[in-house]
Ligand binder design. Structure first.
Ligand code: ACO
Length: 361
């Protein structure tokens, strides 16, 4: 038995494959670098949903359907945004997603993907005392997400950068949140419930909650001279360095390289990216000493933090922006699970007392 289900194969999927030894991510037959920065988020959704929905939709049809569904989802913002006061950004997203009714006529895979950025943007603005910005259904998902967050038209380079990010994180094998979605889907609870459950799993600091803390770490380190002392002291205290390590990858996470390129383009060689590279180098050196024999390398979250910061997104929205990309994979896995899967019901190994043993002494 393994406490973390390492090496357990819990589903067959045609959606994505994480090759941890080679540092390779394949999504429906394409290497990550054939998709990120090359195809739109809607085109990747078309790939992921292909064969799982009754009428197959191309990129343009998905763009139009998402635009309409963003407008439909915006009604929930008006109704419920005040109820999110006092909650964290990700708790707020959990509340708004949970309010979407199963009876909603928009196909649920479209509604879920459309709703996440609408809610994420309204939540980020509400936390800053700003009114929500209505969706523009004529725009692609990435550009509209950034526009709704920032409250004004965005430069094309920024929309492209967010699109590359959303595609990079769209799907990633049976990660914790996707597995949670598939378990819920296997009970036939419905796609919207599965997406809420997936978000709850994503929220944790060991999964999608890491990028905000990556920036907190860079801020706490502060200066190049403090890199090694700060990191060494954190490791000596038993802390985990955010943005490093991965269950599957035994080499560098390929998504880190894609996002490092995106961050470098956005930051144009400014001090922030140079400092982050120095912190990364210092962390890798110390982690190799810290856990000899266990190759710990940079994961997706380290450069996610740099990309989202350069896009002027608030730190507390990072997990919700991650969900804006990953909801693509969640919906595809739910559709796949509903099509083919039995209820997921593993066994546990009982280590408690048997009847009679409690009083035996
Ligand atoms: N910093 C310090 N030590 C670490 C780190 C880290 N970032 N990552 C792993 N280790 C240590 C573990 O504590 C473990 O030590 P132990 O054997 O003494 O308990 C050892 O290295 C091996 O750990 P793994 O089995 O490789 O790690 P696991 O698969 O359990 O966890 C995880 C993977 C959760 C990603 C872990 O590396 C971590 O906590 N990283 C920091 C948080 C983070 O960046 N999360 C984002 C991951 S990517 C994503 O979810 C999108």
């Amino acid at each position: 038995m393994s406490s973390g289900l390492d090496d357990v194969i819990a589903a067959e999927t045609v959606l994505s494959h994480v090759d941890g030894a080679a540092g390779r991510l394949i999504v429906r037959g394409f290497d990550l670098d054939e998709l990120a920065g090359q195809r739109s988020f809607e085109a990747v959704l078309a790939l992921l949903w292909d064969g799982f929905v009754a009428e197959s939709m191309d990129e343009q049809a998905i763009r139009a359907a998402l635009g309409k569904a963003r407008v439909a989802a915006y009604a929930t913002v008006g109704r419920l945004i005040a109820a999110t006061d006092g909650l964290s950004a990700v708790e707020s997203l959990r509340l708004l997603l949970a309010a979407l009714p199963d009876a909603e006529p928009t196909p649920h895979h479209v509604l879920a993907v459309a709703a996440v950025p609408v809610f994420a943007a309204a939540i980020a603005r509400r936390k800053r005392g700003l009114a929500p910005v209505a969706p523009d259904e004529s725009l692609g998902q990435a550009e509209d997400c950034l526009r709704m967050m920032r409250g004004q038209a965005v430069p094309a380079a920024h929309a492209r950068a967010l699109e590359a990010y959303l595609v990079t994180v769209a799907d990633h094998g049976l990660n914790a949140s996707t597995f949670a979605a598939r378990v819920i889907a296997s009970t036939r609870a419905g796609l919207l419930s599965a997406v809420v459950g997936a978000l709850c799993a994503l929220k944790g600091p060991l999964h999608g909650g890491a990028p905000g803390p990556v920036l907190d770490m860079l801020d706490a380190i502060g200066t190049p001279a403090n890199i090694r002392p700060w990191l060494a002291s954190a490791l000596a205290d038993g802390a985990r360095l955010m943005g490093f390590g991965h269950r599957i990858y035994r080499v560098r996470d390929p998504r880190a390289d894609v996002l490092k390129g995106v961050a470098a383009d956005l930051s144009l060689g400014n001090n922030r990216i140079r400092f982050a590279e120095e912190v990364e180098a210092g962390a890798l050196e110390l982690l190799r000493e810290h856990k000899a024999g266990r190759s710990l390398d940079t994961n997706v979250e380290f450069y996610t933090a740099l990309v989202l910061e350069a896009l002027e997104l608030p730190r507390d929205s990072f997990t919700n922006v991650f969900a804006t990309g990953r909801v693509a994979g969640w919906t595809a896995h739910v559709l796949e699970q509903e099509q083919s899967g039995r209820i997921i019901r593993p066994q546990s190994h009982y280590t408690g007392p048997m009847p009679g043993q409690l009083h035996a002494a």
